[in-house]
Design a protein around this ligand. Structure first.
Ligand code: MN
Length: 561
C-alpha cells in the first residue's frame, strides 16, 4: 500500500496537482478517470472557504482513501461524496453511471450529513457540543451498516481537519471537538491508528492551544537530547540483533516520540508532568515472522533492564480491534524507552485496521469483524449516562481475562466479575450467583485483573441486583441491570395493584390473581418480565384494569364467581 504524505496533502490547493497526486496512489483506469471528471464538473464554480476550487477536496479525500485501501468503489465514492448533497446529481444517477455499490456508499455518506444535522446542536447555540456529538456518534454507529462508509467519512474528516485554518475560530473549535468525540474513537475501534492519531493531534491543536504550546515547547527544548538517546538505543539494538543471527534486511527499527494528544492524555490521566511520562521515547522493531518478535524481545530483556509491570503481549492476546504487538519498556542508561515489536504484517494491520483487509474491486465489506459495534451499542440512556458509559469503554485501558477454557475477554480496567459474566452472555449475567477468580471464590463485585481466569456459577433463577448498578463498569452490564430493574419496579407496582384491587373487591389477593390469569391479563406481559420470574404479578395490563371506571370495575366484580 502506498504511504500517504499528509504534509504534502496539506499543501495541495489546485485540481491538477490534486489529481496527479491521486493517480500516484492508485492506477488511473477509465472508471476512476470518469468519476474524477464528473466530480470536477459537478463542483464547477463552487469554492471552499479557503478560496480553492471545491473539487480539490473530494479529490484529496479520494487520495487519502486510496492510501488506505485498494477498494475502488470507496475511491470513486470519495470522489463523489459531496455531489448529492451540494449539486443536482441524485443517488440513482450515480447508480446508473458507477453501479449500485458506489451509489450505496455515496448514499450512506449523504445520510451521515442528515444524521449530523439532526443530532448536533446548531452552531449558534452556546451549549457545549460534546453531549450532542455523543448522541450523533451513537446514531452514526447504529445506522451505518457498511463499515466502508465510515472509513471514507473518516478520510473526509481528515482532509477537513487539514484545511481548518480557513474557518473562524469558533467553527474550528466545534469541528475539532466533533472530530475528537465522534471520529477519532471510531477510527480507534476500526483499528486505523494512522487516522486516529492524526485526527486526535489535529483536533488537539485547535482545542487545547495552551497545552499544545507547552508540549511543543518541551519537545523542542529537549529535541536533540531525546533524539540522541533514541539514536544510541537504536544503535545498541541493531548491533545486538546482528550479533544474534539477524541480518540487516531481516528487520527495521523506527524511532519516534509519542504523539501530542497521547502525551496530553497520559499527563491528564496520571496527573503527571511531561518529563514524568515513561514512554515518551519509543522505538518500533519490525521483523518478518511472529516468532522473531519473541527472539527480539528475549534479546532486549536479556540486555536491558525491563520495567516488569509494563510488559504486554498483544500478539498472543490481540486487542479487541485486532491490534497485535509486543510492548515493553526498558532502561538504557538513564533513559526509559518503550519498545514495540511486531511483524510487518502486524504493522500494516495496526496502521490500516479493517481497511487492510479489503481487496481491489471487492464489492462487499466481506468478513470484517464487526464486534466493535457491539461494544458501542448504547440505547435509551440519557446523554449524561451515555457520556459516562462511553468514557469508560473508550478511554480507559483494557484488561484481558480468560474463561476457564481459555477464551479471551477484553474488559475496561476496573471491571468486576459480574461485568465478565455479562460479557460472556446476558443470561450468565442475569443468573450469576457465584464467581471464582483463579479458582478462588470471590464476590461478584471483586475487581478483575489482567490474566485472571474467571468462572461464573449460575443459579436456577435470575437474581436481581438493582443496587449494583453503579458497581459494574461496562455498559453492557449496566444496561442489563437497569432493564431488569425496571421490570422489577413495574412488577412491584403491579403486585400492589392486585392488592388494592382485592381490597376494593373484598377478595383474597390469590383469588384476584387467579381470576386475572384466567382472563388473559397475564398474556400481555412482556417476555422479559415472564423470563424474570414466572410467579410475579401481571403487568402492565393489570393497570388497565385498575384504571377503569368504578362502573366497569363493578361489572367485572359481578362476573367474578
Ligand atoms: Mn466532504
Amino acid at each position: 500500500m502506498n504511504q500517504i504524505d499528509i504534509n504534502k496533502i496539506e499543501q495541495i490547493n489546485e485540481i491538477s496537482e490534486a489529481s496527479e497526486y491521486l493517480f500516484s496512489l492508485i492506477c488511473p483506469n477509465s472508471r476512476l478517470q470518469k468519476a474524477l471528471a464528473f466530480a470536477i464538473e459537478a463542483h464547477e464554480g463552487q469554492f471552499r472557504k479557503s478560496g480553492e476550487a471545491y473539487a480539490v477536496h473530494p479529490i484529496l479525500v479520494a487520495a487519502i482513501v486510496a492510501s488506505l485501501t485498494e477498494d475502488e468503489a470507496m475511491v470513486v465514492a470519495a470522489l463523489l461524496h459531496d455531489v448529492v448533497e451540494d449539486t443536482d446529481v441524485t443517488v440513482s444517477d450515480i447508480s446508473d453511471a458507477y453501479g449500485i455499490d458506489v451509489a450505496h456508499l455515496v448514499e450512506g455518506l449523504t445520510k451521515i450529513d442528515t444524521i449530523r444535522d439532526a443530532q448536533l446542536i446548531p452552531s449558534y447555540s452556546d451549549e457545549r457540543l460534546v453531549v450532542s456529538a455523543l448522541s450523533f456518534r451513537k446514531m452514526l454507529i447504529a445506522s451505518i451498516e457498511d463499515v466502508r462508509i465510515l472509513v471514507v467519512k473518516l478520510c473526509d474528516r481528515m482532509h477537513n481537519m487539514l484545511t481548518l485554518q480557513a474557518l473562524s475560530p469558533q467553527k474550528q473549535r466545534r469541528i475539532a471537538e466533533e472530530t475528537l468525540v465522534v471520529y477519532a474513537p471510531i477510527a480507534h475501534r476500526l483499528g486505523i491508528s494512522f487516522l486516529k492519531n492524526r485526527l486526535e493531534d489535529l483536533s488537539f491543536n485547535f482545542l487545547f492551544v495552551k497545552e499544545k504550546k507547552a508540549i511543543k515547547h518541551y519537545l523542542e527544548e529537549n529535541y536533540s537530547a531525546m533524539q540522541s538517546r533514541l539514536n544510541a538505543f537504536q544503535q545498541r539494538i541493531t548491533k545486538l540483533l546482528l550479533q544474534n543471527g539477524f541480518r540487516m534486511d531481516d528487520f527495521e527499527i523506527i524511532s519516534r516520540i509519542k504523539h501530542n494528544y497521547s502525551i496530553y492524555l497520559k499527563m491528564q490521566r496520571k496527573g503527571i508532568g511531561i518529563d514524568e511520562i515513561l514512554d515518551l521515547l519509543a522505538v518500533r522493531v519490525l521483523v518478518k515472522e511472529p516468532v522473531d518478535c519473541y527472539k527480539v524481545l528475549g534479546l532486549i530483556h536479556l540486555n536491558f533492564q525491563p520495567l516488569s509491570s509494563r510488559f504486554k503481549d498483544y500478539i498472543a492476546i490481540a486487542k479487541d480491534n485486532g491490534y497485535q504487538t509486543l510492548h515493553t519498556t526498558v532502561f538504557n542508561d538513564t533513559a526509559i524507552i518503550e519498545v514495540q515489536i511486531r511483524t510487518y504484517e502486524m504493522h500494516h494491520m495496526a496502521e490500516f485496521g479493517v481497511a487492510a483487509h479489503w481487496k481491489y474491486k471487492n464489492g462487499t465489506s466481506g468478513n470484517i469483524n464487526l464486534d466493535w459495534l457491539q461494544n458501542l451499542q448504547y440505547q435509551n440512556e440519557s446523554v449524561e449516562d451515555f457520556y459516562e458509559l462511553i468514557k469508560n469503554d473508550l478511554y480507559s485501558e483494557d484488561i484481558s481475562v480468560f474463561s476457564p477454557k481459555g477464551k479471551v475477554f477484553t474488559l475496561p480496567r476496573g471491571a468486576v466479575a459480574l461485568d465478565y459474566a455479562y460479557a460472556v452472555h446476558t443470561e450468565i449475567g442475569d443468573y450469576a450467583e457465584y464467581s471464582f477468580v483463579n479458582k478462588e471464590r470471590v464476590s461478584l463485585l471483586s475487581e478483575l485483573h489482567n490474566g485472571d481466569i474467571v468462572r461464573i456459577d449460575t443459579a436456577a433463577k435470575p437474581i436481581l441486583r438493582c443496587s449494583w448498578l453503579d458497581a459494574v463498569k461496562t455498559s453492557r452490564a449496566k444496561n442489563n441491570i437497569r432493564a431488569n430493574c425496571k421490570h422489577r419496579i413495574k412488577s412491584v407496582n403491579a403486585q400492589s395493584a392486585t392488592l388494592i384491587l382485592s381490597a376494593i373487591l373484598d377478595l383474597e389477593p390469590e383469588f384476584v390473581d387467579e381470576w386475572l390469569r384466567m382472563h388473559g391479563f397475564y398474556e400481555n406481559r412482556s417476555k422479559a418480565a415472564k423470563d424474570l420470574d414466572p410467579g410475579d404479578a401481571p403487568e402492565p395490563s393489570v393497570w388497565k384494569l385498575f384504571c377503569r371506571t368504578p362502573f366497569q370495575t363493578e361489572a367485572i366484580s359481578v362476573r367474578l364467581p
